[in-house]
Design a protein around this ligand. Structure first.
Ligand code: GRF
Length: 192
């Protein structure tokens, strides 16, 4: 059976593209990117998703309470019979209402080796701390900030003279490899 996946974005959408390419090329078998949801109407990733013929929906918060916004997202996900959700640069923290509605069915990618440097500006946190190795993590989303069970990680060296930009782009290259691999491994287990 095909697993119907929704990708939630807020911005650039490069991880969304990496996942969509992997599905299209058969590297994530028995899966379909059924929907891309953005909370930002001007997210660059939205236009890219549309160019690729993916179904997109914008669900703006528009001054509403978080629960109300999430209720709309969850009802769209249910209407589309979504099995699994991939957060890909989605810049809002999910409330327990959302997380519990899709328990162990929400994945996120984070640009550090968790549990180090959760939250915003992970690459800057890593540089400021002076670590010599950082990387990226795909994990299940639970009700902690970037603290859910880890699925897969890739390490990246921090080089002398690195800036936030240079480290971020070295990590991003690895994110684009890691996320499709991690999603494929989760689906392989679910589809056993
Ligand atoms: C990535 O660095 C991801 O790890 C983090 O947000 C960024 C999203 O980039 N959660 P993109 O929108 O996928 O290009």
């Amino acid at each position: 059976m095909t697993t119907r996946i929704a990708i939630l974005i807020s911005g650039r959408g490069s991880n969304m593209v990496a996942l969509a390419d992997a599905v299209r090329e058969g590297r994530i078998p028995n899966a379909e990117i059924a929907l891309v949801i953005s909370d930002q109407p001007d997210a660059k990733g939205l236009a890219i998703a549309e160019e690729r013929g993916l179904k997109t929906v914008v669900i703006e918060r528009r001054g509403r309470k978080r629960e109300e916004h999430e209720q709309e997202i969850v009802s769209v996900l249910r209407a589309e019979r979504i099995d699994l959700i991939c957060l890909a640069g989605y810049m809002r923290v999910l409330s327990p209402f959302f997380v519990d509605a899709f328990s162990l069915r929400i994945l996120n990618i984070h640009p550090s080796l968790l549990p180090s440097f959760p939250g915003l500006d992970a690459q800057r946190q890593a540089l400021e701390h002076g670590v010599k190795v950082s990387g990226c993590t795909v994990h299940f989303v639970d009700n902690t900030l970037d603290g859910g069970p880890i699925i897969a990680q890739r390490a990246v060296p921090v080089l002398d003279g690195d800036t936030v930009e240079s480290l971020s782009s070295r990590i991003l290259e690895q994110e684009h490899i890691l996320y499709p691999e991690a999603l494929a491994s989760v689906l392989a287990l679910r589809q056993q």
